[in-house]
Design a protein around this ligand. Structure first.
Ligand code: 8YV
Length: 300
């Protein structure tokens, strides 16, 4: 089975693909009638250029740039890599929560600028995390991993999602209530037609003064211009790993002290990325053998 990979994916599992061409995302712009399988990282797939395509293996849990409905109509299988990246993404979420609440990046900048000239007993004060209320938007695998970590920080944990679940980890709230009650809101929902722009200006206005918004899911879930306006006004804080038009980051954010910015690092540990490759490759190998892939999004 001829596989086109949009890059060399990390880890030894990648070498198990026998007939693989290592290309780049721009290779998806040329006609490739010979390609039967794609290994992509949520890059859009131009189906008209790939008449022989049988499977798309997505390196990542989120596949919002794949037209799954059309892939299904054409009988093309789709797989993704859920589970293996939940711990790493939850860890980065906590890194951002702590960085924002405790002013870690601001402190680092102050030290580097030579501004630390003596005791800050009465200045540079941050907000305590212990005992704060954490609102989780989306209590799926990653949201639950965040909730488990939250227990160690003695947080009160709320969650909201379309389908209410019985959970020991968090108390259910409607979105509006969760926004108003939380000191930190963290987003772990997939990007869908329903969640695109879900955290809009009205939602942001419900957050408490000084509350923090953390996003390690997809930038498009938040109305980015509305968030930028709130952050410029200084009313909110944010830890952002994802943006609406990556790798573009709104210019206004770059100079703000109340925002911590990271370049979509959620799953970005060596161990996790290698596990993602393992799963993405196993899905392709299983499909080629005629076995069901372990983590299908859609099978023909
Ligand atoms: C990226 C992600 O796929 O799993 C997801 O949905 O966004 C990430 O894991 C990864 O960073 C490669 O781009």
């Amino acid at each position: 089975m001829k596989v086109l990979a949009t890059r060399r994916y990390p880890g030894p599992a990648f070498e198990e693909l026998k007939d693989v061409e290592v290309g780049s995302p721009s290779d998806l712009h040329a006609p490739r009638p010979d390609v039967e399988a794609l290994l992509v990282a949520n890059e859009p797939v131009p189906l008209e250029l790939l008449p022989g395509l049988r499977i798309v293996s997505n390196f990542g849990v989120g596949y919002d740039r794949l037209d799954v409905a059309e892939l299904g109509r054409r009988g093309i299988a789709v797989t993704n890599t859920p589970g293996v990246l939940s711990a790493a993404t939850a860890d980065l979420t906590f890194a951002l929560i702590l960085a924002v609440r405790r002013r870690v990046v601001e402190g680092d900048r102050a030290v580097r600028a030579g501004a630390w000239t003596g005791s800050w007993a009465d200045g540079f004060l941050a907000e305590e995390l212990t005992g704060a209320t954490l609102g989780i938007v989306g209590l799926g695998r990653i949201g639950q991993a965040v909730a488990r970590r939250a227990a160690g920080f003695e947080l009160r944990v709320l969650y909201t999602q379309r389908t209410r679940v019985d959970s020991e980890l968090a108390e259910h709230r409607e979105l509006d209530e969760l926004l108003a009650e939380s000191d930190v809101v963290t987003i772990h929902a997939p990007l869908t037609a329903e969640t695109r722009g879900m955290i809009d200006a009205r939602c942001l206005a419900r957050l408490r003064v000084g509350a923090s918004l953390v996003n390690t899911s997809r930038g498009e879930i938040v109305d980015e211009p509305a968030l930028v306006a709130e952050l410029v006004s200084g009313r909110l804080r944010a830890g952002l790993d994802v943006f609406a038009h990556e790798p573009h980051v709104p210019e206004e954010l770059l100079s703000l002290p109340n925002v911590v910015l990271t370049p979509h690092l959620g799953s970005g540990t060596r161990q996790t990325r290698e596990a993602m490759t393992r799963l993405a490759v196993d899905n392709l190998l299983a499909f080629e053998r005629g076995d069901p892939p372990a983590t299908p999004v859609l099978l023909p």
